[in-house]
Design a protein around this ligand. Structure first.
Ligand code: XMP
Length: 319
């Protein structure tokens, strides 16, 4: 795509001009936006870039390891892996209010990121994967009274506090363009075509009180669900798909025994920007297969339901 090739060259030139021989810090989340920012900036200024990955213990199975493997080992980008999962999980234990969860996660993220970034001596710049829709949204919020439905957690406040200048090379792009840019940079589909994943991670997919046990049960169901979606060749047709572990137990029967375990809700939506969404119309056969696997393989879940709510009036996440 010639347009994106031109955009890439311009963006690289602009980054070099802005940064000069200064050092840049980039928070990696494992998601598409921060990954593309990191690879783009690395292409522009090489080892003047250091990435910081704050591991909050709220990722899906295997994802933290994947971030480290891809960026440190494959791209050779200097990467600090700050494993703060104990602190996050400790402070979240028993917390049930969604906004409180987000606030705790946002605060610890900033503390940890700030401390780690401080160890990169002399950094002047902070890179962020801000997209065009984020720019519009924050302008309209600033322009008058508005209702924030969910306080999306990003590194707001961080640049001022750390005295860093922002580098935001994706500010003019929409999500699908970010993906095109990633492909233009030669990035693998496993990175570029990933579903979006929220900053607060699995914390907002365990409605009600968070516990390590609930997170573990959720991870097991989620990995089965995503595995079946990939095997059926449906991953790229879906905007986001994930399991939610409900804080409700229901009665079931397994062999000769009565069970009393949690309900797992499955969510999958199509969307172009996350602002509106429709539920994904899986076949009944697919849903039956996933339900059977989850109930048979995950101890702690004995019932699976499928969420057929569109956005609006629902949101994509349950919290
Ligand atoms: P909702 O649930 O509001 O989500 O329909 C729209 C998109 O935003 C993601 N999301 C978040 N992302 N921090 C994030 O970084 C958050 O607190 C957060 N809440 C929702 C959600 O996964 C979807 O892509």
């Amino acid at each position: 795509d010639w347009t994106m090739a031109a955009f890439k060259d311009q963006a690289i030139a602009a980054i070099r001009k802005q940064v000069g021989d200064g050092k840049v810090i980039c928070g990696l989340s494992g998601g598409v936006d921060s990954s593309v920012v990191a690879v783009l900036i690395h292409e522009a200024i090489g080892d003047q870039l250091t990435c910081v990955y704050v591991d909050n213990g709220l990722m899906r199975t295997g994802e933290s390891e994947q971030v480290v493997r891809v960026f440190r080992d494959k791209y050779n980008i200097p990467l600090i892996h700050a494993d703060a999962s104990e602190q996050f999980l400790g402070e979240l234990e028993g917390v049930d209010d969604p906004e409180t969860k987000r606030k705790i996660i946002g605060r610890i993220f900033i503390e940890v990121f700030d401390a780690e970034a401080g160890k990169v001596g002399g950094a002047e710049f902070l890179a962020q994967g801000t997209l065009y829709p984020d720019v519009i949204e924050s302008v309209s919020f600033a322009g008058g009274p508005s209702v924030t439905i969910k306080s999306h957690h990003n590194v707001g406040g961080l640049p001022d506090r750390m005295n860093l200048k922002l580098v935001e090379p994706l500010r003019e792009l929409f999500k699908d363009e970010v993906r095109d840019l990633g492909r233009e940079l030669g990035m693998a589909s496993e990175l570029v075509d990933r579903h979006p994943f929220p900053g607060p991670g699995l914390a907002i997919r365990v409605p009600g009180a968070i516990s390590r046990e609930r997170l573990e049960i959720l991870r097991k169901a989620d990995v089965i669900y995503l595995d079946e979606i990939r095997k059926a060749g449906l991953y790229d047709e879906i905007w986001q798909a994930f399991a939610v572990l409900l804080p409700v137990r229901t009665v079931g029967v397994m062999g000769d025994n009565r069970t009393y375990d949690y309900v797992c809700a499955l969510r999958a939506v199509t969307s172009t920007d996350g602002m509106t969404a429709d539920y994904y119309p899986f076949s009944h056969e697919f849903l039956g297969r996933v339900s059977t696997r989850i109930i048979n393989e995950v101890i702690g879940i004995n019932r699976v339901v499928y969420d057929t709510t569109s956005k609006p009036p629902g949101t994509i996440e349950w919290e």
